[in-house]
Design a binder for this molecule. Structure first.
Ligand SMILES: NC(=O)C1=CN([C@@H]2O[C@H](COP(=O)(O)OP(=O)(O)OC[C@H]3O[C@@H](n4cnc5c(N)ncnc54)[C@H](OP(=O)(O)O)[C@@H]3O)[C@@H](O)[C@H]2O)C=CC1
Ligand SMILES: CC(=O)C(=O)O
Ligand SMILES: [Mg+2]
Length: 577
């Protein structure tokens, strides 16, 4: 099989296989670069088409006899696989079937995911990916990303060179210490970078060969895993302090040396004691993005702004209370404060006064300031101590309540009723993942608020019928943002992430909520249109990168939405000569 190395998108994402071309008339694979044929071709997930190889291709590529005689189109294959998937009753079986498919036939995997996004997102992503990580040791078959453990100290650059793809554009990396709301899963956190990058491709159109999932293994403090005979990671407690930070520094330097200035490093599911300082330390030297802090902030700001179109009032006229003051909570708080300060032409300090946070010790107030970590300090407002969420609600009287503590069922009936007692339309977001950690279910939110809550959650819930009316909950998940955000950085060749780009992404998402969505109670557009949404986010982010002088891909394309679309990977099979 031969591939034309010149088949790249003009000025766009470099790609020797021409995979990022969106137009289907370019789907003939041309000459020059030889890749596998015969038996090896069938076992190469990037090029395998299974029964879709034509008679001519079977002759030309030594496939005769290696396949049964029938020829099936990609559509027929998709139909069969969806039929099979729907027969599995256990979500983890669906997850495993999807992972098997990804390793067998990549294009078919992405075609399924793109065409059936609302049905399959909960399979490859939250909530099922959470269970998969918990059981990763038992279900592990083949590595899907790079494992960089303390054993590789001093050799990280060599390890990166072992990865078969050289032209990497996006890395998602975790150290497994805060996997969703499930805690420290050590090396088994690998399911998260793998899942996030599958969404980069399916939702954001970044070609699969440009995506690299990485797990940094510095040990785990999860006693159950340390004792588990099937655990796949280092059997030691977590390295901390200087040892941890030196190891991470070696990693960051090696990535830049190997892939250059433009590779995006997305930090995912690090514990907050590392996440904030890593972002701060590397944001001026690398293209880094923390999805939990920054991506979540952009998605929640978009949802809140959309909700206010129904509730009324400006951001500055509302009062926000967070249950959970970690990465997600303070990340969102900071972006909301930035948005208020821009809208109301106020200082960020002044804007923060509209925002209150509750952590495991109660309301964050000034008397606690000394003992607070840096990321909470600016929210230690003057107030007497308050111990629990319900009392904080009574004291602060928020109009918007946001759950990000990873504590399932924390929004009790009393909590929702309290919010409803002084708000005509309380905005309630239960962000924690997976479903088991959600602060409340959609049904509870609508029932306890008597249908008045504007509700969205981190993991999906089915529509709810209450008093004869159907309510459709939105999914407030950073999956709306990071794929398009990353695409925007890639297509503009951005060299740094700036907070203004987060606002640009958030605004683009907010603009995609339609009147029809609002009528159903939705404050987010459905995932059905996610590729269009991602293209718009990418265009807005890229535009901001050009405006700020942070884009390196010149000249700037005139129509950035069109350009973003033209760069997006499509999973249609190509014809082999
Ligand atoms: N929907 C989405 O897109 C996203 C959802 N999330 C979800 O949000 C959750 C939190 O993530 P993240 O912010 O990164 O985690 P962190 O560990 O950074 O923060 C958790 C926060 O919750 C607080 N907390 C824990 N237990 C309690 C309790 N019993 N009562 C009150 N507060 C408590 C902690 O308090 P203390 O500081 O005192 O320890 C901390 O402030 C996870 O479930 C995650 O899945 C995260 C990112 C995106
Ligand atoms: C969605 C996500 O990033 C999280 O729950 O951590
Ligand atoms: Mg995360």
């Amino acid at each position: 099989m031969e591939v034309d190395p010149t088949s790249t998108v003009g000025g766009g994402v470099e790609d020797v296989y021409g995979e990022d071309r969106a137009t289907e008339d370019q789907l003939i694979t041309p000459w020059t670069v030889s890749v596998a044929s015969g038996y090896t071709l069938l076992r190469d997930p990037h090029h395998n088409k299974g029964l879709a190889f034509t008679e001519k291709e079977r002759d030309a590529h030594y496939l005769r006899g290696l396949l049964p005689p029938a020829i099936a189109t990609q559509e027929t294959q998709e139909k069969k696989l969806m039929h099979n998937l729907r027969h599995y009753e256990v979500p983890l079986q669906r997850y495993m079937a999807m992972m098997d498919l990804q390793e067998r036939n990549e294009r078919l995997f992405y075609k399924l995911l793109i065409d059936n996004v609302e049905e399959l997102l909960p399979v490859v992503y939250t909530p099922t990916v959470g269970e998969a990580c918990q059981k990763y040791g038992s279900i592990f078959r083949r590595p899907q990303g790079l494992y960089i453990s303390l054993k590789e100290k001093g050799k990280i650059l060599e390890v990166l060179k072992n990865w078969p793809e050289k032209s990497i554009q996006v890395i998602v990396v975790t150290d497994g210490e805060r996997i969703l709301g499930l805690g420290d899963l050590g090396c088994q956190g690998m399911g998260i970078p793998v899942g996030k990058l599958a969404l980069y491709t399916a939702l954001g159109g970044v070609r699969p060969s440009a995506c690299l999932p990485i797990t940094i293994d510095v040990g785990t403090n999860n006693e159950d895993l340390l004792k588990n005979e099937f655990y796949i990671g280092l059997r030691q407690r977590r390295a901390t302090g200087q040892e941890y930070s030196d190891f991470l520094h070696e990693f960051m330097a090696a990535v830049k040396q190997n892939y250059g200035e433009n590779v995006l490093i997305q930090f995912e599911d690090f514990a907050n004691h590392n996440a904030f300082y890593l972002l701060e330390k590397y944001r001026t030297t690398h293209l880094v993005f923390n999805d939990d802090i920054q991506g979540t902030a952009a998605v929640v700001l978009a949802g809140v702004v959309a909700a206010l179109r129904l509730v009324g009032g400006t951001l500055a006229e509302h009062t926000f209370l967070f249950f959970g003051a970690g990465e997600a909570g303070t990340g969102i708080a900071e972006l909301i404060a930035l948005a208020i300060s821009k809208q109301a032409k106020a200082s960020t300090e002044e804007s923060r006064k509209k925002i209150w946070l509750v952590d495991s010790k109660g309301l964050i107030v000034s008397s606690r300031k000394e003992s607070l970590p840096q990321f909470k300090k600016s929210y230690a407002h003057e107030h007497e101590p308050v111990k629990n969420l319900l009392d904080a609600i009574e004291a602060i009287k928020p109009t918007v309540l946001i759950g990000s503590a990873g504590v399932g069922q924390a929004f009790t009936q009393e909590v929702i009723e309290a919010m409803t007692s002084f708000n005509e339309k309380p905005v309630i977001l239960a962000l924690s993942n997976p479903t088991s950690q959600s602060e409340c279910t959609a049904e509870q939110a609508y029932t306890w608020s008597k249908g008045r809550a504007l509700f969205a959650s981190g993991s999906p819930f089915d529509p709810v019928e209450y008093n004869g009316k159907k309510y459709v909950p939105g999914q407030a998940n950073n999956a709306y943002i990071f794929p398009g955000f990353g695409l925007g950085l890639v297509i503009s060749g951005a060299i740094r992430v700036h907070d203004e780009m987060l606002l640009a992404a958030s605004e683009a998402l907010g603009h995609q909520v339609t009147k029809e969505n609002f009528e159903k109670g939705l404050i987010y557009p459905p995932f059905l249109n996610i590729r269009k949404i991602s293209a718009n986010i990418a265009a807005n982010v890229a535009a901001k990168a050009y405006e700020l002088g942070l884009a390196s891909r010149l000249p700037r394309p005139k129509d950035l939405v069109k350009y973003a679309v033209s760069c997006m990977y499509t999973p249609v099979y190509r014809s082999y000569r």
